[in-house]
Design a protein around this ligand. Structure first.
Ligand SMILES: C[S@@+](CC[C@H](N)C(=O)[O-])C[C@H]1O[C@@H](n2cnc3c(N)ncnc32)[C@H](O)[C@@H]1O
Length: 229
């Protein structure tokens, strides 16, 4: 097998997975047809609306925005949508897909933090279909800490991952467990438990933490309350 970058080398791993439009779409959500991208994007928008809500004055930031599958749905509903991703390949594809939308900003990030985004400058941070690709739980937690930093008082956060404790999540786990360690690709999915995500949100300082587990996913939200007098 050809040499693969380490899972933690996010820029290398994800740049290699997004050299063409088709390959990027497949790695983002497993489909290439625009209609399917749109319907999955609408579904994610639904989860955002019922957890954190998107308001017309909001500045919204997505961690790991890919080709802008969800950004295409969110950007028309808010004041500014900032799509952050570790690879410029994904960001170039996102720029092309979203070129007709106003209020779109794209930003390349290191893969570990939101450096370059000012403290208390954002109303909503969300991160979808990304936590499963991070190398460690510390990297997941650090993004939650970074979200807390960049959110304004009363800002909201949404994050998700496949739920290890669900039947579907366990199936994914067993499939990957059955592979020989040398054959596991660096971007392979690693699930979360609801308790893991809940702990990070609470330890980072978020209040009103809500965890939804009614399908094979953990969907978590929280709020950065304004400090009292
Ligand atoms: C499966 S795709 C999901 C994209 C988008 N969130 C969506 O749902 O359509 C994962 C995305 O996360 C990005 N990514 C991977 N590791 C990252 C990291 N450490 N920091 C930020 N983005 C990362 C990848 O480049 C890719 O665009």
């Amino acid at each position: 097998m050809e040499h693969q970058p380490a899972r933690s080398e996010y820029k290398k791993v994800w740049s290699a997975l997004s050299t063409t439009d088709e390959q990027a779409k497949l790695h983002v959500i497993g489909v290439t047809e625009e209609a399917a991208l749109q319907s999955t994007g609408e579904q994610t928008l639904g989860f955002l609306q019922e957890s954190v809500g998107i308001r017309k004055d909001d500045v919204v930031l997505e961690i790991g925005c890919g080709i802008g599958r969800v950004g295409r749905m969110v950007a028309p509903l808010c004041r500014k949508w900032i799509g952050c991703d570790v690879t410029s390949n994904m960001l170039s594809l996102a720029a092309e897909r979203l070129k007709d939308l106003p209020g779109v900003e794209l930003k390349e990030i290191s893969g570990y933090d939101l450096k370059g985004i000012a403290d208390a400058s954002v109303d909503v941070v969300y991160c979808t279909v990304v936590f499963m690709h991070l190398e460690s739980s510390w990297d997941r937690y650090n993004y939650i800490l970074e979200a807390f930093r960049v959110l304004r008082p009363n800002g909201r956060i949404y994050v998700d991952n496949i739920n290890l404790c669900s039947d579907g999540g366990w199936k994914v786990f067993e499939t990957h467990h059955a592979m020989s360690p040398a054959n596991r690709p660096p971007h392979m999915t690693q699930n979360s438990t609801p308790q893991e995500i809940e702990t990070y949100l609470k330890r980072a300082g978020f209040s009103d933490v809500r965890i939804r587990t009614d399908d094979d996913w953990v969907r978590a939200s929280g709020m950065k309350y304004e400090e009292g007098p």
